[in-house]
Design a protein around this ligand. Structure first.
Ligand code: PEP
Ligand code: MG
Length: 892
């Protein structure tokens, strides 16, 4: 540790010739590239020698008005002398010149954002020495041409395209297609033209003092940390601004020395498919910049990569088999060392392979999973390490279509990423329109907000976009349950139902026009943007198995329809952790009976209607029990904020209701109005409804147990768990517990049977947290409804938060949407309190979470630490929840 501390105080870190000062442990100051070069040197991988200047200097440099400290210059000159001695060449020597590269390299790689200079050390004199000693004047002048172009652009700030034009014109004049076919004489002409260009623009000659050029090149690389594109990249990728870049100075090796030389980029596995076969491209007789800039079209690295490309260029495997094998061996060694797929830059100089950079390779979501699982099966990674290499969010990407990264996009606006995946379709501004339009193609339902009436429209649409609502609003919860992409809280979306248009930001679109939404990022695009979907394969299954092996938390499903329950079963859910019974009444054949029940004005009327509902409920529960045979099914008794069940200002729908219920329109309106509450989320809902109307819960309990009875007779193992919502204290819970047990006793006598069921309470209110111990002492289980608990703890409406939460996050009051990721300091603390007191009062208590947070990886990491029993989430989030539960438990 002390050694590390001492080491990190140094400014210069030499590497090469199978040894190095520093390594991966000093990545913070050596940067990704520098740490890799040091590490590779120690692994005896051929790396051109050199040294890294610590990224700490970058900050000093910026604070020092972009000047290099004199003391540093001395250190660099002495490191240069060491380098000269190591390879027997001399910087600036007329006969034997040392050429170097000067490259940036931050801790987190920022591809293409900062500067690089190659072939430094050349001037009008040394170029001659290089030509002589290598007996290859063409190579020497090619390198000098490249150097002038790069230095002029990076250090002198001249426009690169002017140099490219000179080269292009020269080739056109000579009728030459490839740079490689330019002769020594041609290159000398180009150099003269380059120098004239510099003189014309700057009114002075191209500089010849190479030591000054060295200082300028290092300064230019440090400066490039603060160019606008680098700043933008950092802000987009959450990279801190103050870490700075290191600078790597390295002896040049040359891929442009002749036909037995090459340069290339190679991945140790296929980054698109994850296949265990090296994949990449190379160019003969060229330098690395030619690949990066796209100036020359590269050829495939091996016969396998060639199969996936067009053209009949020879692969490196065919052209330089020995160097290819050498490269392959190195790649394997690197993968074993880093225990991850690598992205490697190499140069072949006269048949010898040199490695210039190695870093963890970017890859598709599908490849990420395949590679982690393959590496585990190949014995490179332990199961734990394989899980460690997977960010749970990747799992969502393979389950849902995503925006094709190559697609052209016209951005319109952004809302909250409420349900992952991408979808395009024609805009439908009402659910009825969506259902009709969906018969002829894809539809995106665009609404101010949705309510239970929209269920048909949501079901028919490919995606949902709402102007209002947050991460747990109706649209978000329902879309997530159905596995459909959804963007909520898009406040720049303004629906004009009168004109059948929607204004998104400043663009006005008509119903029927195409848009695309990305529910993983919240983005909204104009028109149809291409999407991609990968197929799930064996490695996905394997990953889930590994996660299950490590997970402490069982993953259950929030499901109430047969379809949802089947999806959950397919994803191997450990049962149903939340069946929201009110959602069972949304189908067309039931919604009006349900509404009638709510609107009924006396017990007699209500009991009659409840009898009709009993029939539906029993059948629904029976189906769920059958699908989940042998697994617990947690049925939450009715919890409707009543307003959700009625059309708000829809005259047609109210008219339809009046016909069905044989009530006049005025009466219906009056009754609906009488249900209106100023604050319905805190109104006559949850178990409060059953305290005033116990017959509702009686009917539901009867339905649950009658369904159980049918199952028993058919030998279907059924484990019903009855859950009471929005409980505040023990008295409330006890009253309902008696009601439930009495109903069960009566039914037992009627059916001459004995039922085994569990009885539990949701914990969704701060009051319930305070009383959790007492409630738990009377319950078999408790389940935290973190949606309502967040709402009631923070005093922020889950339905309206979309409007202002973004500002809260921008201003740093919240780092994450608290309805999406658990707010640990507040709601998290309540959870901790309640878990401790519940366990104290009832050590056998089963504890779970069933709010939307149960599908969020960061929240699951926190829940894992609570040592509770289960989490219950939307069926399509089961895989991400399982991977998170496994990954975060494997780490503790
Ligand atoms: C909750 O509040 O977290 C919960 C699961 O219940 P609902 O979302 O149905 O209110
Ligand atoms: Mg709730």
């Amino acid at each position: 540790m002390n050694k590390e501390k001492e080491e990190s105080k140094k400014y210069i870190f030499p590497f090469g010739n199978n040894k190095a000062e520093g390594g991966n442990h000093l990545k913070g100051i050596l940067g990704n590239k520098g740490a890799g070069l040091a590490e590779m040197s120690k692994m005896k991988i051929p790396v051109p020698p050199g040294f890294t200047i610590s990224s700490k200097i970058c900050k000093e440099f910026t604070n020092n008005s972009n000047q290099l400290p004199e003391s540093l210059k001395e250190l660099i000159l002495s490191a240069m002398t060491q380098l000269e001695n190591a390879i027997g060449l001399k910087f600036g020597d007329e006969n034997n010149p040392l050429l170097i590269s000067v490259r940036s390299g931050a801790q987190i790689s920022m591809p293409g954002m900062m500067e690089t200079i190659l072939n430094l050390g050349l001037n009008d004199t040394t170029v001659k020495g290089l030509a002589k000693i290598t007996k290859n004047p063409r190579f020497a002048y090619d390198s000098y041409r490249r150097y002038i172009e790069m230095y002029s652009h990076v250090v002198l700030g001249l426009d690169k395209s002017k140099f490219e034009a000179i080269l292009h014109n020269k080739k056109a004049l000579l009728g030459i297609k490839k740079d490689q076919n330019l002769t020594e004489e041609n290159l000398k002409d180009v150099i003269d033209e380059y120098k004239n260009l510099v003189k014309n623009i700057l009114n002075k000659d191209f500089p010849q003092n190479i030591t000054n050029q060295l200082w300028s090149a290092i300064s230019a690389v440090f400066k490039s940390w603060n160019v606008p594109r680098a700043i933008k990249y950092r802000s987009m990728n959450n990279i801190p601004n103050d870490v700075g870049t290191a600078v790597n100075i390295q002896a040049m090796v040359f891929g442009n020395k002749g036909e037995d030389c090459a340069t290339g980029v190679v991945f140790t596995r296929n980054p698109s498919t994850g296949e265990n076969e090296i994949f990449g491209e190379y160019i003969v007789n060229a330098q690395g910049e030619d690949i990066v800039s796209g100036a020359i079209t590269p050829s495939p690295i091996n016969i396998k990569s060639k199969e996936q490309c067009f053209g009949d260029e020879k692969s490196l495997e065919e052209l330089m088999p020995k160097a290819y094998q050498e490269l392959k061996t190195i790649l394997h060694k690197l993968e074993l060392h880093y225990k991850d797929m690598q992205d490697v830059e190499f140069t072949i100089e006269n048949g010898k392979c040199w490695i210039l950079q190695t870093r963890s390779a970017k890859r598709t979501a599908h490849a990420t999973i395949k590679i982690a699982v393959d590496m585990m099966q190949e014995g490179i990674l332990t199961k734990q390490q394989a899980l460690d290499n997977i960010e749970p969010e990747i799992v969502e990407k393979v389950l849902h279509p995503s925006i094709d990264p190559r697609a052209v996009k016209i951005f319109l606006s952004k809302g909250l990423p409420a349900s992952p995946g991408a979808a395009f379709g024609k805009i439908a501004l009402s659910s009825s329109k969506a259902e009709i339009m969906a018969r002829h193609g894809e539809v995106i339902l665009v609404r101010n907000e949705t309510n239970p009436e929209d269920i048909g429209g949501i079901g028919a649409s490919s995606g949902i976009l709402t102007a209002r609502g947050g991460m747990t609003s109706h649209a978000a919860v329902v879309a997530r349950g159905m596995g459909k992409p959804c963007v909520t809280g898009a406040f720049e979306v303004m629906v004009d139902n009168e004109k059948s248009t929607v204004k998104i930001n400043n663009t006005i679109l008509k119903e029927g026009e195409l848009i695309t939404i990305n529910g993983s990022s919240g983005e909204i695009f104009l028109g149809k943007v291409g999407t991609i979907q990968t197929k799930l394969d064996k490695s996905f299954e394997n990953l889930i198995e590994i996660a299950e092996e490590f997970a402490l938390l069982k993953v259950m499903a929030n499901a109430e329809t047969i379809k949802d329950a089947k999806v959950a079963k397919n994803f191997n859910a450990c049962g149903i952790g939340l069946c929201r019974t009110e959602h069972m009444f949304f189908q067309e054949d039931r919604i009006n009976i349900f509404r009638e029940m709510i609107l009924s004005q006396n017990l007699e009327e209500r009991s009659k209607i409840l009898n009709q509902l009993l029939f539906y409920q029993e059948e629904d529960f029976y189906q769920l029990f059958k699908i989940m045979s042998g697994l617990p099914v947690t049925i939450r008794l009715l919890d409707p904020p009543l307003h959700e069940f009625f059309p708000q200002n829809d005259e047609d729908e109210l008219g339809h209701m009046s016909q069905l219920m044989s009530l006049n329109l005025k009466d219906i309106k009056n009754r609906v109005n009488s249900l209106k509450e100023a604050n319905p989320m805190l109104g006559h809902r949850g178990c409060r409804l059953a305290i005033t109307y116990p017959e509702i819960y009686q009917m539901q309990v009867k339905a649950i147990l009658r369904a159980t009875h049918r199952c028993i007779k058919e030998s279907i193992v059924t484990i019903p768990e009855i859950m009471v919502p929005l409980v505040m204290n023990k008295a409330e819970f006890m009253m309902l517990k008696s009601l439930i047990n009495d109903t069960a006793n009566t039914l037992e006598k009627e059916l001459n049977t004995k039922f085994v069921y569990k009885l539990g309470s949701m914990i969704e209110l701060p009051a319930a947290v305070i009383n959790a111990g007492e409630i738990a002492s009377e319950a078999d289980f408790i389940s935290f409804g973190t949606n309502d608990l967040t709402q009631t703890c923070l005093g922020i409406s889950r339905d309206d938060a979309g409007k202002f939460l973004r500002t809260y996050m921008e201003k740093g009051i919240f780092f994450e949407d608290p309805f999406s990721s658990i707010h640990e300091q507040t709601v998290g603390e309540l959870l901790k309190m309640a878990v401790i007191s519940s366990k104290k009062h009832n050590p056998a208590i089963k504890i779970g979470i069933c709010g939307e947070h149960a599908g969020d990886p960061a929240s699951i990491k926190f829940f894992n630490k609570l040592k509770i029993d289960y989490i219950s989430c939307s069926p399509f989030r089961i895989p991400i929840a399982k991977v998170s539960a496994g990954k975060y438990n494997a780490k503790v």
